[in-house]
Each structure stands twice: as structure tokens, then as C-alpha cells.
Design a binder for this molecule. Structure first.
Ligand code: HEM
Length: 139
């Protein structure tokens, strides 16, 4: 069942108890109250995913297809995307990657930073090595 109802983010976040628990996954709203005790991952994780867009949490677990097949049973509608705070949306997270490329400061990215740290460290090690070697030779 995919109820055609559209809920505001605020409305969904009101349902955050063991006996009344709604989740937002991929823009859809799920009333998992009846599923809390059956959920193989436990009820605590489901409760921890209330009050936000739980898409990333759900995907990170790598739920199987049979888990996904269960979902329509609990779907009660959709969330009004315009009411979801920007920093809580899943899309915002994936939008961040192109920006990262642009601000990494030219070619090399991580390598440049690594070299900047490694070169002085190597010079220091060389200087200390030579000093010890010189002392040992003088004795
Ligand atoms: C309607 C929503 C959900 C359904 C129908 C669902 C269903 C399932 C099912 C059937 C499993 C057993 C393993 C599998 O078949 O993948 C599972 C495991 C699990 N789920 Fe969910 N799940 C839902 C939401 C979530 C959310 C939002 C989280 C948050 C992190 C979560 C965390 C977990 C964890 C930690 C496991 C255990 C994984 C393991 O032990 O390997 N689930 N879920």
C-alpha cells in the first residue's frame, strides 16, 4: 500500500516513540510501529532514525531485497520535500561530493597534502640520522 498522503517533515517527526514510530526513507513515510518488535535490527535503531531523513542509515546497512519487499506494507505516504531541513536530506549529502573536488586546491588533492607533510618529516629524519651518524663516527 502506498498511501497517496503527503506529510510535512514536522508532522512525521512527531511520531518518534516505540508505540508510534514513523520513518522517512527515500522520500516516503513508513509507519513501522507494528514492525518494531519484528525488525531483525531491533527497535532501538529504528527509534534512532526518527526525526530525520533515514535514507542514508537504511542504505548503509545494505538491507536485502526481502527487506525492501516488506517496505510497501508500512508505507503510509510521502514527505513534502520542501519541509525537510536541507542539512537532513540525503540528496544534500550526495551533492557535497562535486563541491569537494572543486575545493581540494588544484591537482593532486590528498597527495599534495600528504607530500607537504612528508617532505619536512623526511628532511628532519635525515638531519637527525646524519647527526647520530656523525657522533658515532667521532667516538
Ligand atoms: C521500513 C523500514 C525497514 C525495514 C522493512 C527493515 C527490514 C529489515 C530486515 C528484513 C532485516 C534483516 C536483514 C535483511 O533482510 O536485510 C533488517 C536488518 C537490519 N536493519 Fe532494518 N529495516 C528497516 C529500516 C531500518 C532502519 C531505518 C535502520 C537504521 C539503521 C535499520 C537497521 C537495521 C539493522 C542494523 C539490521 C541488522 C543487520 C544485521 O544484523 O546484519 N533498518 N531490517
Amino acid at each position: 500500500m502506498t498511501g497517496g498522503k503527503v506529510y510535512s517533515f514536522e508532522e512525521v517527526t512527531k511520531h518518534k516513540d516505540r508505540k508510534d514510530c514513523w520513518l522517512i526513507i527515500a522520500g516516503k513515510v513508513y509507519d513501522v510501529t507494528a514492525f518494531m518488535e519484528e525488525h531483525p535490527g531491533g527497535d532501538e535503531v529504528l527509534l534512532a532514525c526518527t526525526g530525520k531523513d533515514a535514507t542514508a542509515d537504511f542504505e548503509d546497512i545494505g538491507h536485502t531485497d526481502s527487506a525492501k519487499e516488506l517496505m510497501p506494507k508500512y508505507c503510509i505516504g510521502e514527505v513534502d520535500a520542501a519541509t525537510v531541513p536541507a542539512k537532513l536530506t540525503y540528496a544534500q549529502r550526495s551533492d557535497a561530493s562535486p563541491k569537494k573536488v572543486a575545493t581540494s586546491g588544484g591537482s593532486g588533492g590528498g597527495w599534495t597534502t600528504l607530500l607537504r607533510l612528508a617532505v619536512p618529516a623526511l628532511l628532519l629524519a635525515l638531519a637527525l640520522g646524519l647527526q647520530t651518524y656523525g657522533k658515532a663516527k667521532a667516538e
